[in-house]
Design a protein around this ligand. Structure first.
Ligand code: ADP
Length: 161
């Protein structure tokens, strides 16, 4: 049985993340989305909120669950007994950073393998930070996130006004 973790900040989960996790769910037996539980004033959503939004987004994927973690992603993967860590790669934004991170992770945890999926064309430009910027300016985000995430973003923007 192959267990993979998919770690990230997921502030909030987007259709880009869901594209990766949906495709990965066909390749691995079980996937745990790891929501990084860091206190950071730049985050829009609390850890609980980010987990809730992610859970609702993957409710139809029976082999995917959502947990939070602190500290190093390799330690989270070890704790969960995962053999694989999944990452999504956008053409310009991610390669160098992910390559560096993969090398460091390999040093820290030689048994854990990184598995990178290329982002689908329609989500190449989509990042949680750009999404939040568009939501803040009340732009249309309906194609970029599930409906419940769009709703949570609208509420959050209003509460910050
Ligand atoms: P972090 O940047 O803190 O790792 P994110 O939540 O932004 O966390 O991303 C988690 C993972 O999802 C990373 O591997 C990232 O490259 C990938 N990812 C983010 N946005 C997209 C997207 N639009 N398409 C595919 N993968 C993505």
């Amino acid at each position: 049985m192959t267990l993979a973790v998919y770690p990230g900040t997921f502030d909030p989960i987007t259709n880009g993340h869901l594209d990766i996790v949906t495709r990965a769910a066909r390749l691995f037996d079980r996937i745990i989305i790891g929501v990084f539980a860091r206190a950071n004033k730049h985050l829009f959503f609390t850890t609980e909120e980010r987990m809730g939004l992610a859970r609702q987004a993957v409710v139809h994927l029976s082999n995917v669950e959502v947990k939070s973690f602190h500290g190093l992603t390799v330690d989270f993967a070890r704790q969960e007994k995962a053999q694989v860590m999944i990452r999504g790669l956008r053409m310009n934004a991610d390669f160098e950073k992910e390559f560096e991170m993969a090398m460091m992770n390999r040093k820290l945890s030689p048994d854990l393998d990184m598995f990178c999926l290329m982002a689908s064309q329609e989500y190449q430009f989509l990042s949680s930070s750009l999404l939040k910027e568009v939501a803040r300016l009340e732009g249309n985000i309906s194609d970029l996130v599930p409906e419940h995430v769009a709703e949570a973003l609208r509420k959050k923007v209003q509460s910050k006004m």
